[in-house]
Design a protein around this ligand. Structure first.
Ligand SMILES: [Zn+2]
Length: 132
């Protein structure tokens, strides 16, 4: 991927865009074009608010390639307020996360890609600054 392509794709990376089933209204993330609830086609885009709660988490010491310089970090299953579970790294933590902690999506550097050193940004979740 060249640098201009990379920047054009950024809008999609700054929001959690999934789908909403037009038949049963289930919200779907990540997008898969078929509803997991009723198995009918679901291609209507839906932008999630980016808020949720920690459903479960694990402390990662042995990171996959490209993430080595970030260890140790917490990888969480976040339950979005709209329902779906999303796997994402937790960031800006002040100590250990807890099950049920309120979190919000932020855009952060994920990793550096390839010999050109293109920095890839994506979503992570941090403790909600103003708990609701
Ligand atoms: Zn459905």
């Amino acid at each position: 991927m060249n640098i201009s392509q990379h920047w054009r794709l950024n809008d999609q990376r700054y929001q959690l865009v999934g789908e909403q089933c037009p038949h049963c209204s289930t919200r779907i993330f990540p997008p898969r074009d078929a509803c997991p609830e009723c198995a009918r086609p679901a291609q209507d885009l839906f932008t999630f608010a980016g808020t949720g709660a920690v459903y479960s988490f694990t402390r990662v010491l042995d990171a996959p390639e490209g993430f080595e310089d970030q260890t140790p970090y917490y990888l969480a299953l976040v339950q979005l307020d709209e329902g779906p579970l999303v796997t994402a790294q937790l960031t800006d933590l002040d100590g250990e996360p807890g099950i049920g902690d309120r979190v919000e999506m932020v855009t952060r550097k994920l990793r550096t890609d390839g010999p050109q050193g293109i920095i890839v940004y994506g979503y992570k979740f941090r403790p909600m600054l103003r708990p609701d």
